[in-house]
Design a protein around this ligand. Structure first.
Ligand code: B16
Ligand code: MG
Length: 214
């Protein structure tokens, strides 16, 4: 199968890099401190959703109710732990497969951009040595509605000046696949709960599989 597209919009966490393991560790530390059960299966539901929406999912199992101020403090605590973990990232955390595939897609003339719910996107891309690589970045600082709302992908497409119908989105989250489809884009599922979710246009076998279909 081949898709005729002009641009590829990449999710960040779980697609370009594996910051999902750091999100898990940081949320787990908070949940353990609060005595709330949390595991990797629950963590899958946090993929692609905003920080506060993630916290609400974790608090579904809390026995106490918390004020908005307490929730803000919990989100800050988690983000501080997460950013401490991100400080250890370097260009070595970018796999050769991702690096080579991105370069080849650029050689083939595709516009390449990011559509991530994360407010830490620019920091992470800098850590990976990709600070200047993408044609545009739309992230958690640009949007009011996180995935499954299409806002972040529509903003990313607008920033590169490409019609949504000419964009393919690569996602590891079911919420992201839903967002891509709601935005009128082609949805390519890689890893996570995106694969086999039933709404994707194509299941990628690996990141470099992009070179077989684009
Ligand atoms: P932050 P993506 C998402 O990134 C993560 O998958 C999700 O787990 C996280 O809650 C969200 O970013 C917000 O991240 O707390 O750093 O602002 O998958 O959309 O690249
Ligand atoms: Mg993701």
């Amino acid at each position: 199968m081949k898709f005729e597209k002009k641009a590829v919009i990449f999710d960040l966490d779980g697609v370009i890099c594996f910051t999902d393991k750091y999100h898990y560790q940081a949320w787990k530390a908070l949940a353990d401190r609060l005595g709330i059960y949390f595991d990797e299966k629950i963590n899958d539901r946090l993929r692609g959703v905003s920080r506060m929406a993630s916290l609400e999912i974790i608090l579904e199992r809390a026995t106490e109710t918390y004020t908005e101020e307490q929730k803000e403090a919990f989100a800050t605590e988690k983000n501080d732990t997460y950013r401490d973990l991100l400080k250890n990232m370097s260009p070595a955390d970018l796999t050769d497969e991702v690096k080579d595939t991105l370069n080849e897609l650029r050689n083939r003339g595709y516009k390449l951009s990011i559509g991530s719910s994360s407010k830490n996107t620019k920091f992470i891309l800098g850590q990976l040595g990709l600070g200047d690589f993408f044609d545009a970045i739309a992230d958690g600082t640009d949007i009011t509605h996180s995935k499954p709302d299409p806002e972040v992908f529509l903003k990313s497409a607008a920033k590169i000046g490409i019609d949504p119908a000419d964009c393919a989105v690569v996602e590891d989250a079911k919420a992201g696949i839903e967002a891509a489809k709601a935005g009128g884009m082609t949805a390519l599922a890689l890893f996570g709960d995106a694969k086999g979710c039933g709404m994707e246009d194509y299941d990628l076998t690996s990141f470099s599989d992009l070179l077989n279909i684009l």
